[in-house]
Design a protein around this ligand. Sequence first.
Ligand code: PSU
Ligand code: MN
Length: 305
Amino acid sequence: MNLQAYLDIQPEIKAAVEAGKPVVALESTILSHGMPYPENLEFAAQVEKIIRDEGAVPATMAIINGRMKVGLTADELELMCKGEGVAKVSRRDLPILLATGGTGATTVATTMILASLAGIKIFATGGIGGVHRGAEVTMDISADLQELAHTPVAVVCAGAKMILDIGLTLEYLETMGVPVLGLDTDDFPSFYCRSSGFGVDYNAKTPAEAARIAKTKWDLGLAGGLLIGNPVPEEYAMDFNEMSAVIDKALASAKADGIKGKDTTPYLLAHIVEYTGGRSLATNIQLAYNNARAAARIAVEYARL
Ligand code: PSU
Ligand code: MN
């Protein structure tokens, strides 16, 4: 396969990967379809800075004019943040976008694919997609979970939002053989809140321990990734009961508006921001910074192994 026909890796990132230096992958759907403009511009720059301050190289992913981009220029980041004409690209969409010269933002699933092609093992995001509530009827299960089953990347997240059925999401990951670690926590976090009522498989006390578990999985030749839950810092966490009510309201609104498929997650995210008067956006930004920092520390430890 001639990957160069499809893939552009920024020279700094390529050199870091080749030298075994720490690199952290970042997604762009969080920018184009998960956060409003212009708040996402400042966020995109800051998240990259946090990773650099920890001694790792950031690699934000996107599809631009039919090419897979590992690492974006300032102009390309702005294009993703403005989000005009920017598709949401999951695994199924990738060949279509590349063959037709399209432009799109990468989800967790697609970011894992690009990271894996570029040799990047650690990825920071906000929250992952999962089994949606009511999936027993809609069959709406994010492709992110299958990607975790197959693609060797460790994903650092603040858990999953309660827009999902977190219990079923964790069952699905168990079936697919994906280790779910907590970073210094026994509880799987629920994005805005530090716990979800569900536990993790193992509480990794330090970034070094998380890195060692990831390396061990891949040394064994076990396919797929790992999920690392990193709770939002206490001072930015939101009230569990308040968020449960907000999410129920957003879900009811989505149902009334007939929202389905790939539009569901962006619709719910936008309505949650609206219903909380923007407070949820501040939490979202802070938890993603926290994940970038943790992922960079894990990448630094992984590079030492
Ligand atoms: N969940 C969030 N914020 C996000 C997403 C999910 O709390 O921004 C984005 C991620 O890019 C994730 C995608 O991979 O939505 C999942 O979409 P879907 O449920 O359509 O698979
Ligand atoms: Mn879906």
